[in-house]
Design a protein around this ligand. Structure first.
Ligand code: PAF
Length: 279
């Protein structure tokens, strides 16, 4: 496994590959878990080589405190990447990516950026767009892999690739869960014991909401979920929304021709967890 910190050297290596070599790319912010490894395994199956980036992108954090506390575990990450036979790792510094100008480009994601996460994490998706576009320009992969846990991010990246005519196939991969249902996330490691123990409540509630959505109105389901969290002593609900999978617009009237998804963001103490379920 080759590890690069410099843009020039990773580019030179990728450009030296035999013509026609397919490159699968998994961008990450490190603190790798089995969810990331499942993306890498899928990328390995579908491409000749796999490139993984490890970069905690400062421009996508709306709170400085969150950036400072984001787990940074590069040595452990590299040994995990080796264990799944990753071919190439790109782990640049912020200076290498942004030089002296740590700012985001402004994007128009056709309104996707104003829903859910966009309402609570101002500037977040401009930061994500900036780094993902930059990484795509450096790595120039054939396919790039993203988890459905960040479903809004996935749709935004699909939108960016389409609008900027970037010739990369975006592959969305199913949410990888712990045995008790908690969606895998680098943030889970920061949960207190009590929050971690209670955390399966989030997915359990999503599954119940899915069943209710079969027979009840969206508004009733939303009210029910809000009430469940109101009663819970350990979690604070930030939002629960049922939205169209494509536009991410909040559902008005159920249309059997449309695909819906329920999205949730919850505070477990200081740790913010997100999850979603296809309805
Ligand atoms: O999902 C993530 O880990 C990040 O948002 C990404 C896509 C690596 C961009 O920094």
């Amino acid at each position: 496994m080759l590890v690069f910190a410099k843009i020039k050297s990773v580019q030179q290596k990728i450009e030296s590959l035999k013509k026609g070599t397919t490159v699968g790319f998994v961008p990450t912010m490190g603190a790798l878990h089995k969810g990331h490894l499942s993306l890498i395994e899928r990328a390995k199956k579908e491409n000749d080589i796999v490139v993984v980036s490890v970069f905690v992108n400062p421009t996508q954090f709306d709170k400085q405190e969150d950036l400072i506390n984001y787990p940074k575990t590069i040595e452990k990450d590299l040994s995990l990447l080796k264990s799944v036979f990753c071919d190439l790792v790109f782990a640049p510094s912020a200076k290498e990516i942004y030089a002296d100008n740590i700012t985001s480009q402004s994007f128009n994601f056709d309104g996707l950026e104003f829903q859910m996460e966009g309402k609570f994490r101002v500037g977040h998706f401009d930061g994500v767009g900036t780094i993902v576009k930059r990484l795509f320009e450096i790595v120039k992969p054939t396919k790039a892999y993203f988890g459905e846990k960040d479903f809004q991010q996935l749709q935004i990246i699909r939108n960016m690739v389409k609008n900027h005519k970037i010739p990369i196939k975006i592959v969305g991969c199913e949410i990888f869960r712990e045995a008790d249902g908690l969606a895998m996330s680098s943030r889970n490691a920061r949960l207190t014991e009590a929050h971690r123990e209670a955390a399966p409540f989030i997915y359990k509630t999503l599954k119940q909401a899915k069943v209710k959505f079969g027979t009840e109105s969206a508004l009733d389901v939303v009210n029910w979920v809000e009430n469940e969290f109101e009663k819970h002593p350990l979690f604070k609900l930030e939002y629960f929304e049922i939205a169209d999978e494509e536009t991410l617009l909040t559902i008005k009237n159920k249309n059997p021709k449309q695909k819906y998804r329920a999205f949730i963001a919850v505070f477990a103490g200081k740790i913010r967890l997100i999850d979603n379920i296809s309805l």
